[in-house]
Design a protein around this ligand. Structure first.
Ligand SMILES: Nc1ncnc2c1ncn2[C@@H]1O[C@H](COP(=O)(O)OP(=O)(O)O)[C@@H](O)[C@H]1O
Ligand SMILES: [Mg+2]
Length: 319
C-alpha cells in the first residue's frame, strides 16, 4: 500500500521537497533556551543535523540532553531560540500561526511514551483514529470510515477498532497511537520513547511495525529511545549530549535485510564535527589522556593528533 493512493487528498501538500536530493529534515545550529524565572536552561546548543527522506533514525542520550526538545522543535510545537529548522524544504520560522498549525496537523505525526497520553480514553480505537480525520475534514463520512479501517489494518489491529484504550494492551494502545499519528498521512513521524512502557517482546513488535511503515510508506522517522537494541532496529543512531549531536552509529547492513541478527550486525561509531569544527571527544579518550580543558591539535600523516599540553614549567615530553 502506498501513502498517496490511500487518500483522496492532493499529493502536492505531501511533496517532500522540490529538490529530490535535499534532506527531509535539516537542523542548522539550533539553539533552544528555556527561561525559568530568572535562570536559563540551554536545552539545545547549536545542534546540527540532517535526516534523509525515508530514513529511520534513532536518537539516544542521557536524560536532559535535549532529545524531547529536538522533537518538539521539529514538530513545530516550540520554536528555537536561534538557528533554523527546515522540514520538507520549508523553513518552519517562515510559517505564520495558521500554516504552522497546518504543518503540525498534516506533515508530522507524534507518538509519545506514555501510552495514555496518545489517546482519548473515552473513545474507541476507531474513534480515536477518526478524530484527526474529522479535523482535517478529509472527504465524507464513508471515506473516513474506510480510511479508519485501513489504518487499523495497517497497524495490525483490524478487529480491535471497537475497543476503548483501557480494553487494549499497552502494545495495542501504541499501535492505535501510531495509526492516529499517521491518519493525516504525514511524511515525518516523531516518536519519543514509544516503547518505554512496554516489555521487550512487545517493543520488538512495535519496532517491526515502525520498520514496515518505513518501508511501505517511505515514512521518515525519528525515534527517541533508551532501548539498548536500538542500533539494530534503525538505519542510524545519533547520540545527543548537552544539546548537541556528539556521535552517530550506522548499521553496515540494515538490521532487517535478510536474516541478519543483532549479533551479526556491525556498526561503526563516528564522532560528529559541526560546521564550526567542534566535536565532543568520548569520555574514554579524555580519561585515557587525562585531558582537562585543553589539547593541542596537529595534523600528522593524514590524522589529527590531540595531545595533552604540557603544564607551565613542565618539560615537553620527548619525541
Ligand atoms: N518547558 C521547559 N521549561 C524549562 N526547561 C525545560 C523545558 N523542557 C525541557 N527543559 C530543560 O531542557 C533540558 C533538555 O530537556 P529535554 O529535551 O526534555 O531532554 P531529554 O528529552 O533528553 O531528557 C533539560 O535540562 C530540561 O530540564
Ligand atoms: Mg525526553
Amino acid at each position: 500500500m502506498s501513502g498517496e493512493t490511500a487518500s483522496d487528498k492532493t499529493v502536492s501538500s505531501k511533496t517532500v521537497s522540490n529538490e529530490p536530493s535535499a534532506p527531509h529534515v535539516v537542523c542548522d545550529r539550533l539553539v533552544k533556551i528555556f527561561r525559568v524565572g530568572a535562570s536559563e536552561v540551554v536545552a539545545l546548543q547549536g545542534l546540527e543535523f540532517a535526516v534523509e527522506a525515508g530514513e529511520m533514525v534513532g536518537v539516544v542520550g542521557a536524560s536532559g540532553s535535549g532529545k524531547s526538545t529536538l522533537l518538539s522543535v521539529l514538530g513545530g510545537l516550540t520554536s528555537p531560540t536561534a538557528g533554523r529548522v527546515e522540514v520538507g524544504g520549508i523553513d518552519l520560522a517562515s510559517l505564520g500561526p495558521a500554516d504552522l498549525a497546518r504543518y503540525r496537523r498534516e506533515q508530522v505525526g507524534f507518538v509519545w511514551q506514555r501510552t495514555a497520553a496518545n489517546l482519548l480514553p473515552h473513545l474507541s480505537a476507531a474513534e480515536n483514529i477518526a478524530v484527526p480525520l474529522t479535523i482535517g475534514a478529509n472527504g465524507n463520512r464513508r471515506s473516513r470510515r474506510a480510511r479508519c479501517d485501513e489504518l487499523l489494518d495497517l497497524v495490525g489491529l483490524g478487529d480491535r477498532g471497537g475497543h476503548r484504550p483501557v480494553e487494549l494492551s499497552g502494545g495495542e494502545q501504541q499501535r492505535v497511537a501510531i495509526a492516529v499519528a499517521l491518519a493525516a498521512e504525514p511524511s515525518l513521524l516523531l516518536a519519543d520513547e514509544p516503547t518505554g512502557e512496554l516489555d521487550s517482546e512487545t517493543a520488538d513488535a512495535i519496532y517491526e511495525l515502525l520498520r514496515s511503515l518505513n518501508r511501505e510508506l517511505g515514512l521518515t522517522q525519528l525515534i527517541v529511545s533508551h532501548d539498548p537494541e536500538i542500533a539494530t532496529r534503525v538505519d542510524r543512531v545519533v547520540a545527543v549530549s548537552d544539546g548537541q549531536l556528539a556521535s552517530e552509529r550506522r548499521a553496515r547492513t540494515s538490521a532487517l535485510d535478510g536474516d541478519t541478527t543483532s549479533d551479526e550486525l556491525v556498526t561503526d561509531e563516528v564522532l560528529l564535527v559541526d560546521g564550526q569544527g567542534r566535536l565532543q571527544l568520548p569520555a574514554a579518550a579524555l580519561d585515557a589522556l587525562g585531558i582537562e580543558g585543553r589539547v593541542t591539535a596537529e595534523v600528522v600523516d593524514g590524522a589529527v593528533r590531540l595531545t595533552k599540553p604540557s603544564e607551565p614549567g613542565e618539560e615537553a615530553p620527548d619525541e
